[in-house]
Design a protein around this ligand. Structure first.
Ligand SMILES: Nc1nc2c(c(=O)[nH]1)N[C@H]1C(S)=C(S)[C@@H](COP(=O)(O)OP(=O)(O)OC[C@H]3O[C@@H](n4cnc5c(=O)[nH]c(N)nc54)[C@H](O)[C@@H]3O)O[C@H]1N2
Ligand SMILES: Nc1nc2c(c(=O)[nH]1)N[C@H]1C(S)=C(S)[C@@H](COP(=O)(O)OP(=O)(O)OC[C@H]3O[C@@H](n4cnc5c(=O)[nH]c(N)nc54)[C@H](O)[C@@H]3O)O[C@H]1N2
Ligand SMILES: [Mo]
Length: 748
């Protein structure tokens, strides 16, 4: 039985450090742990593979890392290994029966292996044979679009750049990535309205903000170092408003583990106002705020920044007209929030000029995910809160280099500017038609249109929606190739032939022909910097990601290709020189890294320059969420003990849940209405597109969440998310709002 207690009163503090060290010491020796921690997020050190939150200029003497960052590196740097003997002792069938948690705990992959349909076990294969197999399969395809090349956001700029260059030289834009399931709605929404798909604020802006809105994000677990920035903002007088269906503890009270004061004091209360909203009613809330602001402007003026609106935006009068059709009370009712709280927040927004809006998956993973993002932009534009100090957009990115991968060209719909530049730099005709994103990849695989699926990192099957259908779709492929550090569910959904190619990770030293190498990444605020591993790799057999990609490119495109792929990986400066030529903002890449080890990329919105077709920021008209026919709306969230599909442990300390993950968080009144008790086991089911989907065995947890709303963990609940339920304009799966009904399995 899973144990449940009240959530703790604060996040982090000494307890956080204790849990961090416990995790590290369980995976590796204290000496190795300390060697890693000393270098984590330091200027000449390892970029934490945990999240994409930027590092402050002044790093804390107590270490610039968080509990979950330590878990991330312990997971990678573990002393345990999965070798050929492991694969001969467990059949594929046996491995399929193991949990994700068990798979992860077996250690680092250290030898290339192959599975052929009809076999019972994975078997070792040499690198040479593996590359030949991939090269000849790719060359044999009738059409390059029969191959798909997925990327997860941990890969470096260098690997990502080589990968997309190879894939486009091969002839396709089928480059789906984890971003398609993550911040795609932000990219689309921000590009449409502000002309850049990235956020506009810097870390420094947090110290100048008067109001900070935090929508749909749980930084205590997923971006813990963000709390230091929020603490500082708070100390300088900013008002922090949290909009979330759950009262995430770190946003209530935070004890900063990087400051002695944080160890000893009561900690800092982060949120001034917590708005416990119904799932997917953020558009209604923002519309309500905008109506209040517009009304106040008529009465007292200077509420809106009319100068900014006149000079820099278009669409203001259309927005005003559109808002007139909504009734304020109806909007407020939809949110499930008390009128007074909405008014209080509006009063703060009304009277202040420098506003930052932060958000993450709570906004992007809905059918109206792009609408959510664009509605936030509307609010900021009304206040002129963009392109000035202490104000702007802050989509908080997930994977540590997901933003960099996009900058490097990992995108299935490249712009003309991108393909033109590639053509001029590398003298070939890159494909220009749209490739598949994640949802389209699964659709195409289901229709037998994909022969080869390759993944540069990630865990496609467990991360994607509609797990059972996605597994079947992967099974339709003739060849699947996984370039990975750890064993995961995707490796077990085999095609006719499946390869697992083990690679070096962030923490490992990279030695190539010219000597020791470093790699580069871009954080959530557009700062590019180096990352350099310090550990002896778990096996001399492992290869770096750039080397694996270059070898595949060489085996596919042939020795006569214009690019000498293998020579590029002798010295990574050569890859960065190519990037300098091909991507604006990266001029003199190597030189700029030499001194400061980092530099900022240009960002129009930050300077108040809007690269939209109209050269102005756009007010947009956005839709409210659609009414659901289901009794409940379910969101799938992360526990404190996981990194996406990697399960570090079975507890969710900050929510008071211990020893298991099959839980459903439910409002006490709903539990009563269902005639069940906390601790009962229930099944969740729905029926979209005529197909019944069901997952059983959830233990009911009575939790502070509004009636009609449920929360479960990802990836356990992914079989309930139909592939067709995704954001209208970005294809981001609707992981945060799916309709379900409940059936009782047994009462407590
Ligand atoms: N330790 C750790 N760190 C991580 C990750 C991890 O798994 N573990 N994952 C990384 C990745 S790839 C990402 S993208 C980020 C994810 O970071 P988050 O987006 O913080 O992660 P989620 O758990 O998906 O949390 C979403 C939050 O949105 C809220 N929410 C859900 N629906 C709604 C809604 O309709 N409206 C509002 N206002 N809120 C809503 C939920 O209650 C929850 O607090 O973290 C990154 N960092
Ligand atoms: N229901 C639901 N589903 C979701 C989400 C949700 O909130 N709810 N969130 C979505 C989001 S935001 C994201 S970003 C996706 C995540 O999707 P992915 O990025 O595909 O998944 P991860 O779990 O991060 O991938 C973990 C695997 O990456 C490999 N790996 C780790 N480090 C490295 C490395 O350095 N190199 C290589 N080559 N491999 C490495 C390991 O083998 C590990 O098993 O999931 C999405 N799925
Ligand atoms: Mo993500």
């Amino acid at each position: 039985m899973i144990k449940v207690s009240s959530p703790p009163k604060y996040a982090a503090g000494i307890k956080g450090i204790k849990y961090a060290l416990k995790n590290a010491f369980e995976s590796m020796s204290p000496l190795k742990s300390l060697k890693l921690l000393r270098k984590l997020n330091q200027k000449d050190g390892i970029d934490c593979p945990g999240c994409a939150w930027p590092d402050p200029d002044k790093r804390s003497k107590l270490g610039e890392f968080c509990e979950n960052g330590v878990k991330a590196i312990a997971e990678e740097a573990t002393d345990k290994h999965i070798d050929a003997a492991f694969f001969s002792s467990y059949s594929l069938k046996e491995l399929k029966q193991k949990s994700d948690y068990w798979l992860g705990k077996q250690g680092r992959l250290v030898c290339p292996v192959v599975f052929q349909r009809g076999d019972t076990h994975y078997k070792p294969i040499s690198w040479h044979e593996a590359f030949d197999l991939i090269g000849s399969k790719l060359k044999s395809l009738d059409n390059p679009d029969e191959a798909v090349f997925y990327t997860s956001g941990r890969t470096s700029n260098e690997a990502a750049f080589l990968y997309q260059l190879f894939v486009r030289k091969f002839g396709t834009n089928n480059l789906p990535d984890c971003s398609n399931m993550c911040h795609e709605s932000s990219g689309v929404g921000l590009n449409n309205t502000l002309g850049i798909g990235k956020g506009s604020v810097t870390l420094e802006d947090f110290g100048h903000a008067e109001v900070i809105l935090i929508f749909g994000q749980n930084p205590g677990t997923n971006h813990p170092r963000m709390l230091s920035a929020l603490e500082e903002a708070k100390q300088k007088g900013a008002k922090i408003i949290v909009i979330n269906p759950l009262k995430e503890v770190a946003l209530s009270r935070f004890k900063n583990p990087q400051k002695l004061k944080g160890w000893l004091s009561e900690g800092t209360e982060i949120a001034d106002l917590f708005l416990q909203i119904k799932i997917n009613e953020d558009v209604a809330l923002i519309k309500a705020w905008m109506k209040i602001l517009l009304k106040a402007e008529v009465q007292q003026s200077s509420v809106l920044d009319m100068d900014f609106i006149d000079k820099n935006t278009t669409g203001f009068s259309e927005l005003k007209t559109d808002l007139e059709q909504y009734d304020l009370e109806e909007l407020i009712n939809r949110t499930g929030l008390p009128h007074e709280k909405i008014q209080l927040a509006a009063d703060w927004i009304l009277s202040k000029k420098r506003i930052i809006a932060c958000w993450a998956m709570g906004l992007t993973q809905h059918v109206n995910g792009v609408d959510n993002v664009q509605e936030i932009v509307n609010l900021l534009l009304l206040k002129g809160s963009i392109g000035k100090k202490g104000a702007g957009t802050c989509p908080v990115r997930g994977h540590s280099n997901v933003q960099g991968d996009r900058t490097m060209g990992i995108m299935e719909r490249p712009t003309k500017k991108w393909t033109d530049k590639l053509r001029d730099t590398f003298h070939f005709d890159p494909p220009t038609s749209a490739g598949y994103n994640v949802v389209e990849t699964i659709e195409a695989m289901s229709q037998n249109k994909v022969s080869v699926f390759m993944a540069l990192g990630g865990n496609f099957l467990a991360a994607a929606p509609d797990t059972h259908n996605t597994a079947r779709a992967l099974g339709n492929c003739q060849l699947t190739v996984n370039i990975s550090t750890k064993l995961n569910r995707t490796h077990l959904a085999t095609g006719a032939t499946t390869l697992i190619l083990p690679c070096l990770g962030r923490t490992d030293k990279l030695i190539q022909k010219s000597g020791e190498q470093f790699l580069t990444v871009e954080n959530s605020m557009g700062i590019v910097h180096s990352t350099k591993g310090v550990l002896r790799p778990p096996s001399p057999l492992l290869k770096s990601e750039p080397e694996i990609i270059a070898s595949i490119a060489s085996a596919t495109l042939g020795k006569n290709d214009d690019i000498d792929w293998l020579a590029l990986t002798d010295d990574y400066n050569k890859i960065r020189d190519l990037i300098s030529k091909a991507i604006s903002g990266f001029e003199a890449y190597n030189d700029r890294l030499k001194d400061k080890k980092s530099f900022s990329l240009p960002n129009g919105a930050r300077e108040g320059i809007f690269n939209t077709p109209a050269k102005k920021a756009l007010f947009s008209i956005n839709q409210l969420s659609e009414k659901s026919e289901y009794k409940y709306t379910m969101m799938t969230i992360r526990s404190h003990d996981q990194f996406n599909t990697t399960i570090y442990g079975l507890d969710d300390r900050y929510r008071g849940i211990f020893g298991g993950r099959m839980v459903v968080l439910m409002n006490p009144a709903d539990i009563k209405k269902e005639n069940i008790l906390p601790g009962s086991r229930v099944g969740l089911f729905n029926s979209y597109d005529g197909a019944h989907r069901e997952v059983n065995g959830f233990q009911v947890v009575s939790y502070s969440i509004l009636e009609g709303c449920l929360a479960t963990y990802f990836p356990e609940a992914n079989p309930l998310i139909p592939l067709s339920l995704h954001a209208r304009k970005s294809h981001t799966p609707s992981y945060k709002s799916v309709g379900v009904n409940i059936k009782i399995q047994f009462l407590n």
